[in-house]
Ligand binder design. Sequence first.
Ligand SMILES: Nc1nc2c(c(=O)[nH]1)N[C@H]1C(S)=C(S)[C@@H](COP(=O)(O)OP(=O)(O)OC[C@H]3O[C@@H](n4cnc5c(=O)[nH]c(N)nc54)[C@H](O)[C@@H]3O)O[C@H]1N2
Ligand SMILES: Nc1nc2c(c(=O)[nH]1)N[C@H]1C(S)=C(S)[C@@H](COP(=O)(O)OP(=O)(O)OC[C@H]3O[C@@H](n4cnc5c(=O)[nH]c(N)nc54)[C@H](O)[C@@H]3O)O[C@H]1N2
Ligand code: SF4
Ligand SMILES: [Mo]
Length: 809
Amino acid sequence: MASNEDDHLICLQVTRRRLIQAGVSSGLVAAAGGLSLPFCVRSIAAENAIQPEEKAVWSSCTVNCGSRCLLRLHVRDDEVYWVESDTTGNDSYGQHQVRACLRGRSIRRRMNHPDRLKYPMKRVGKRGEGKFERISWDEALNIISENLKRILNDYGNEAVHVLYGTGVDGGNITNSNVPYRLMNSCGGYLSRYGSYSTAQISAAMTYLYGANEGNSPDDIENSRLVVMFGNNPAETRMSGGGVTYYVEQARERSNARMIIIDPRYSDTAAGREDEWIPILPGTDAALAAGIAWVLITENLVDQAFLDKYCIGYDEKTLPATAPANGHYKAYILGDGPDRVAKTPQWASTITGIPEDKIIKLANEIGAAKPAYICQGWGPQRHSNGEQTARAIAMLAILTGNVGVNGGNTGLREGTYDLGAEWFSLLENPVKTKISVFTWPDAIARGAEMTATRDGVRGKDKLDVPVKFMWCYASNTLINQNSDIARTHEILQDDQKCEMIVGIDHFLTSSAKYYDILLPDLMPTEQEDLIPHESAGNMAYVILGQPATSPKFERKPIYWMLSEVARRLGPDVWQTFTEGRTQHEWVRYLCEKTKERNPDMPDYEQMKTVGIYKRKCPDNHVVAFKSFREDPVANPLSTPSGKIEIFSERLANIANTWELKADEIINPLPVYAPGFEGHEDPAREEFPLQLTGFHYKGRTHSTYGNIDVLQQACPQEIWINPLDARARGIENGDVVNVFNKRGQMQIRAKVTPRIIPGVTAMGQGAWLKADMFGDKVDHGGSINILTSPRPSPLAKGNPSHSNLVQVTKA
Ligand SMILES: Nc1nc2c(c(=O)[nH]1)N[C@H]1C(S)=C(S)[C@@H](COP(=O)(O)OP(=O)(O)OC[C@H]3O[C@@H](n4cnc5c(=O)[nH]c(N)nc54)[C@H](O)[C@@H]3O)O[C@H]1N2
Ligand SMILES: Nc1nc2c(c(=O)[nH]1)N[C@H]1C(S)=C(S)[C@@H](COP(=O)(O)OP(=O)(O)OC[C@H]3O[C@@H](n4cnc5c(=O)[nH]c(N)nc54)[C@H](O)[C@@H]3O)O[C@H]1N2
Ligand code: SF4
Ligand SMILES: [Mo]
């Protein structure tokens, strides 16, 4: 029988041939390859009948890709040998199949991988050496519990941190965050705010809209224009139930023009776009200002909207505390403190986009009503990301596209939510928080960290450093966090963070630093109720059943944490489990979800049908719709209840926080160059910008060790032919990429699909470096090069702001 990946290749080849026949270049077809899979009409293997002695089980792919796909796992001899996806229903748009991408379809290669962890282990070498000794479950659980008790006793609950991890983002009782529940059952832990995904934009939107919401992408069927800033759903929202499918379906209905603004010609473009406008990373706010100048001077702004719904656009709505000419219009026209008019010419020198293109774009944005203006999270994952996110959103605000069908907020796509029941994580008695990105500092210099310099919340400063860390379904300790060499140094001293407990499937680069390493079951090997995420206007839940029995000594996370709870005391155990088994919890979650969705099948029926889909009753999700209809009755959750183009709260932060000269927090959405951007003087030594992107070959690092995916989606650094030629680099050459923090060797992809002066690579590749030797990475793990310096407001990860030099190896 053909394996599922073989089907994938067949589908790809068919699609490829059709596209090439249609005149699309083979390079673009290759780029679009991963995308075509969910839309293959019928897999060849699906035509084959299931053998009577075989079993087929519904399950789900639960990694953090922003989608969540139904899997049909075919099992023989207690092993998954073939993976199908959603085959339910009639596959009509609105009830469409949630079909898996190339990664989900290769899941059996992850489940059956020979390198999977089999037994609990204890570290015996130095942290990072990867030397471990097998121990029993009893010994592992005792070591963890005794150290946890000791650390709680000696340092208090604030010394325990649950590290960011999203490997089971889609899980419910298996969710990456379940260690919170254990810690909340025994007094709490030092928590964090923000995420590696959205730190800057989430922080920024608190001040602009009071929330981070967007129209659902299906609403594009009402749009005349789609403008995407650094948004690449074809790679980051794959799946037949994902945003990419909605964008295509909706555009087919509205025929909306689509403009992609991205340093890279992304897979979302790939022949489907009407225009690609390459931009230098970190400069979108300058582009937005240049567009705003045209909109204002050509009278294309929606003045009535700005007057009624916004604060600080012009003199009329400027708060009394703001300085004279402190409004947005003055900033754009050159009447503000900097006295610089943000003309298209001004914007052109910063962004690298020709002046006439900016004027044309502005006129299109001003004329097309409604327009779906959105941004992915690439533009905000920068050192100036908070300013950028607000500046892009301004284009939707200036044109009055907020709160209406076919419009959008300028943020990312919204989604309908059917209200699935989540396994409660309980409340954290500890109110102190650090930013998601600053945990290495909380280990290295915890008690020095303050509110106004380091963004500590809930207290003026931390009292204790982090001494114990849970790392469940996380590769953030090393691979996914910036400046790997720095973290390596911090973790070497095991008197600082005294105990790191990790739970994973593989000996990842992070796992090599764990003191205790526990082998988890996969969500496909246990029962869980899996809610969706980013599902447009068709929400769904999946009931996953174990496809196979547990192999070796792998255990479910719920069991592991329950056993630690038991060792911490009967009260802790009772609070954590509420006396329920995992199965009893899943039944409970099903029942609760059904209460809110009466037509949902019950638990037993769900086992047979696998998935429950529910269409948004309003057809499309329109963000801030009730605010638009009646701003007095339905105010936003900003202090004024309106859209705060000028934020007094930000003005206050800018005046009171300790900030360096290049750390700009401004009450207005102004352009700030940030650090390690195009305008940084360090470009003399490291002239090329380097951005990461989320790559179809992996979900971060997960699936990164699957051979067929590695072959289909090679790890390489994108570089423009002009930059390559100047360095004597040919396509496919191995190059050195380096800066002051680290060095890697990787193959070059020489391509006009990236703007000159900029390089890019998929983030998440597995580190292959001797961290006790030359530290040169051969795996293409971008975080050997990225900066640990937090962004000014969110104190978030500026993962895409990096300067490097590239030479032929
Ligand atoms: N296949 C796959 N899908 C994923 C993930 C994955 O690892 N693999 N990860 C998931 C997760 S957790 C997240 S948070 C999301 C991430 O989703 P995003 O953050 O939106 O993804 P990125 O690829 O980082 O950035 C999107 C685009 O922004 C561009 N870009 C970078 N800098 C700039 C800039 O300054 N200006 C402009 N205009 N564009 C810029 C990049 O080239 C890229 O094409 O994706 C999710 N989906
Ligand atoms: N330079 C750079 N760095 C980035 C980003 C970037 O764009 N550029 N993106 C950032 C973003 S947006 C995010 S969300 C983070 C993601 O960071 P992580 O959440 O750390 O992402 P993954 O690499 O997918 O790591 C998840 C880990 O979970 C494990 N895992 C998967 N499934 C299971 C399971 O069922 N059980 C257990 N126990 N383990 C499991 C995997 O083996 C893997 O080790 O990375 C961030 N890092
Ligand atoms: S990686 Fe994401 S899009 Fe792909 S199968 Fe899994 S859930 Fe679906
Ligand atoms: Mo993310």
